[in-house]
Design a binder for this molecule. Structure first.
Ligand SMILES: [Zn+2]
Length: 154
């Protein structure tokens, strides 16, 4: 079982930024924060950004796109994954995901996004997001979604 990891915010503790980060979480967090500014959120005003690191080393960002018919809203994580598939094709594999929001509010990926990430990621993919205390929280996909839906052939 993967270890639960909670990191301190590198911006609050610069010594952390020099540590090796195979999931490039600090870079991804900054890109996710930048993506927030491109979001379309006139209804909730909750601007969310996501950055995904692919196994290839490429990074793709996304943001939430709301709709007057609320249920048609697209989450930032799903937007980023759709953009990655559109750019690199259906064989993409996700190594890490970062989520941010302009409100700097606690913000974990929703259930639908966890399932969407699971479609393209191994169980040990790292997902980072703002936690309750303003610090960045890192979890593996298996911690956030221990029982992902899988379609088995009959
Ligand atoms: Zn979502």
């Amino acid at each position: 079982m993967a270890a639960r990891i909670v990191t301190r915010n590198p911006e609050q503790d610069p010594s952390l930024s020099s540590k090796p980060q195979p999931d490039r979480s600090t870079e991804l967090q900054h890109l996710a924060e930048a993506a927030c500014h491109r979001s379309y959120a006139p209804y909730s005003r909750f601007h969310v950004g996501a950055a995904i690191l692919l196994e290839s080393g490429d990074v793709v960002t996304g943001c939430n796109v709301e709709n007057a018919s609320y249920r048609l809203t697209t989450c930032a994580e799903q937007n980023a994954i759709a953009a990655a598939v559109a750019k690199y094709g259906p064989a993409i594999r996700i190594r890490a995901v970062a989520v941010a929001n302009l409100a700097k509010a606690p913000c974990q990926p929703c259930g639908a996004c966890r399932q969407t990430i699971a479609e393209f990621a191994d169980r040990d993919a790292v997902i980072s997001f703002p936690g309750d205390d303003g610090l960045t929280v890192r979890r593996t996909l298996s911690e956030l979604l221990p029982a992902a839906f899988e379609l088995k052939e009959l």
